[in-house]
Design a protein around this ligand. Structure first.
Ligand SMILES: [Zn+2]
Ligand SMILES: [Zn+2]
Length: 422
């Protein structure tokens, strides 16, 4: 029954292939940033409704969130499939969320007709504002993941792995306040807020060398003054601090703030530091769920890399991290470009509509659907996921439960759905 259901899900994805790729291209051609994804949300909602899901627009009070539900109420575990669709300011889909959305849509449409007969429940959740704003964290606070058994998505990237390095991150909005004066006639009467910010910025740069190698800080100056002949009275910058855990992040945040405060003190200015809500937590990969996902990707002909094969420096962050501390979750990445192409770059945006991205949509949709079917039908998977989730990270019982060993990158194209028959 398990394999038959998976074959049916994969056949549906293949039948919808042209349409899913068209959705990806459409999103890519009309990039919308955080909480402004009105076109993307409407597109997703329309297609989910036509696919037979019960659709709620503006779900959980977020205008650009969507919820599409199918399956038996009171049935087996509720599987939440997340669709991200926000773009980066000025860069379009340089994170490839058009692929995330199209893959999630494909999985949802494939599962809609199966969930009821298989005794499961699926929620396709259109989750706005991943890049900034923490859409999934807002949705979680409003109950979107309550009672769910698992949350998952497929994300494109330069590496292929079921358990990418996803670490905690926090954003600082720093304002430096000085005193304006004529820059030529009486600079001695001014307090230079730009000097304060630049000195603080240099301090943060110097700090990098002394951080744990897994921690990162980076920032920009968003306001540097108003005129070169005026001593700037007010400047501003945004900085991000990242660490492998929330506990490590607390220490790194303190050190970043100290650098900026030192710059302010040197210039005689005042620092107003505001750490913005929300903090993204590190991803807690659910190991049995990751193992099931990996087995399904391998059945589709993919060869995800072991996490150890990817440099620790290749770490990003996601708002799914917070969800992963509430329910079992997994966040696989499928490779859509050579490993030296950086996410959040114009080149990555071009790869996000390349042939490998299109294949990732179809394989991603299939792998999501197949893994949902495993959660519903396997007698052992869901209990194992719950047991893993109940065990604090780092305990031996979690370490024993590793995903199947990963191979090195494969040159083979994704195999046909017939591979499932094996
Ligand atoms: Zn992303
Ligand atoms: Zn991103």
């Amino acid at each position: 029954m398990n394999e038959t259901a998976k074959r049916r899900a994969c056949a549906t994805v293949d039948r919808l292939a042209g349409e899913l790729i068209a959705v990806s291209r459409d999103l890519h051609a009309h990039p919308e940033t955080a909480h402004r994804e009105h076109r993307a949300a409407a597109l997703l909602a329309d297609r989910l409704a036509r696919g037979g899901l019960a659709v709620e627009r503006g779900a959980y009070g977020l205008p650009t969130a969507v919820a599409g539900r199918a399956g038996q109420s009171g049935g087996g575990p509720l599987v939440v499939i997340c669709c991200e669709y926000d773009a980066l300011p000025g860069m379009g889909h340089a994170c490839g969320h058009n692929v995330v959305a199209a893959a999630g849509l494909g999985a949802g449409l494939a599962l809609a007709a199966l969930a009821g007969p298989l005794g499961g429940r699926v929620l396709v959740l259109g989750t706005p504002a991943e890049e900034r704003g923490g859409g999934k964290i807002l949705l979680a606070k409003r109950g979107a993941f309550d009672g769910a058994g698992a949350a998952m998505l497929i994300h494109p990237g330069p590496h292929e792995t079921v358990m990418p390095h996803l670490i905690a991150v926090s954003t600082l909005h720093a304002i430096l306040i000085g005193k304006a004066a004529h820059a030529s006639m009486n600079p001695d009467a001014g307090i230079n807020a730009l000097d304060a910010l630049v000195l603080g910025y240099l301090g943060v740069n110097a700090l990098r060398q002394h951080l744990p190698q897994t921690d990162k800080v980076h920032g920009i100056i968003t306001l540097g003054g108003t005129a070169p002949n005026v001593i700037p009275a007010r400047t501003a910058g945004r900085f991000m601090a990242r660490s492998t855990t929330l506990a490590g992040l607390v220490a790194t945040r303190r050190r970043v703030e100290a650098c900026l405060a030192a710059g302010a003190q040197a210039a005689g200015a005042r620092l107003v530091a505001h750490w913005q809500w929300p903090t993204y937590r590190e991803m807690r990969h659910n190991l049995p769920l990751a193992a099931a996902m990996q087995a399904n990707l391998r059945a589709l002909g993919r060869r995800p890399l072991a996490p150890a094969a990817i440099p620790p420096s290749q770490a990003g962050s996601t708002d799914l991290g917070n969800v992963s501390h509430l329910i079992p979750a997994v966040h696989p990445k499928l490779a859509i470009c050579p490993p030296d192409v950086a996410q959040h770059s114009p080149a990555f945006a071009r790869w996000a509509i390349g042939p490998a991205a299109d294949r990732a949509i179809l394989d991603g949709a299939k792998a999501l659907a197949m893994t949902a079917i495993d959660i519903w039908l396997s007698p052992t998977l869901y209990p194992a996921m719950r047991a893993d989730f109940a065990t604090p990270p780092g305990r031996p019982s979690r370490r024993r439960c590793r995903p199947a060993p990963a191979a090195t990158r494969s040159a083979h194209p994704p195999a046909a759905v017939a591979a499932l028959d094996r």
